[in-house]
Design a protein around this ligand. Structure first.
Ligand code: GLP
Length: 261
């Protein structure tokens, strides 16, 4: 079962997720981080940037792999995940740009890009901590409902719901690409620790399905139930549909000090 932590605010969630990364980097200075985009991980990246500065943490050897990328955006497009990761993660955290990878969404080389990315993650020794958000369709990365639970990195077609949800980042809804390249669910499950974050009532159903629903390709987030070390950090609104919320609160409140997150 995933460990579920219900917190009061996005900032508190960000602090907790950042502490997981800080403790990892102290132990493993060349740790491999799995990096999500979207609004959800921003409080984590903010907290992480602050702690890196305050604690003078050396992150020069930290490596990173983004989860996904749109296919077909012009190079340098501000909403390409390559640009987002550079702006919101690499810059503020002070990571070494050459050590942070984003799958290529260039349509001319897309056939090889997925396999190349999968091999690069493997060559790096795999992801130590994978930060995840979840879409309203229940997607993790861009693995929309129906994605094989064993899937590798590959090209996917976005649902119209996800395109509409992401339209806020673009000038018009039609500008949201139709296709993406995403780490597969199988890829994500190979990370050694999953940290899934979700905030707000619009994520409550997806979280309940992911944590407590049947494991099913129709609910991609439910794949986390197959992982031996998954931490789910949610605010009260995103926790609203969790049947066992009282137990999660009880377990967290009584967590032994020797047992890290
Ligand atoms: C996006 C990303 C996912 C993200 C999810 C939720 O489209 N591809 O990695 O977790 O959808 O987005 P948000 O955090 O903005 O709600």
């Amino acid at each position: 079962m995933a460990e579920v932590v219900i917190v009061a605010s996005e900032d508190e969630a960000g602090e907790l997720a950042a502490s997981v990364v800080v403790e990892l980097v102290r132990r493993v200075p060349d740790a491999v981080l799995g990096l999500a985009t979207g609004s959800t991980p921003l409080s984590t990246y903010r907290a992480l940037a602050r702690r890196i500065t305050d604690e003078r943490l050396d992150v020069s050897r930290v490596r990173g792999f983004a989860l996904d990328e749109y296919v077909g955006l012009p190079a340098g497009h501000p909403e390409s995940y390559r640009a987002v990761i550079a702006r919101e993660v690499v810059g503020p955290l002070g990571l070494t740009p050459a050590l942070v990878h984003v799958p290529s969404g260039d349509p001319t080389t897309i056939a090889e890009a997925a396999d190349d990315y999968e091999r690069a993650i493997e060559a790096a020794g795999g992801v130590d901590v994978q930060i995840l958000g979840i879409g309203r369709t229940g997607h993790i990365g861009f693995n929309e409902p129906g994605s094989s639970l064993a899937s590798p990195t590959r090209v996917k077609t976005l649902t119209e719901q996800t395109r509409a949800d992401n339209a806020r980042f673009f000038d018009s809804p039609e500008d949201v690409p139709m296709h993406c390249i995403t780490q597969g669910i199988g890829t994500i499950l190979r990370a050694r620790h999953l940290v899934l974050l979700a905030f707000g009532a619009s994520k409550a159903r997806a979280i309940a399905d992911a944590v407590e629903g049947p494991v099913s390709a129709s609910r991609p987030g439910s794949a986390i139930q197959l992982h031996p070390h998954a931490t789910v950090i949610v605010d009260e609104a995103a926790a609203a549909d969790l049947e066992h919320a009282p137990y999660y609160r009880h377990a967290w409140a009584n967590k032994p000090g020797w047992q890290g997150v």
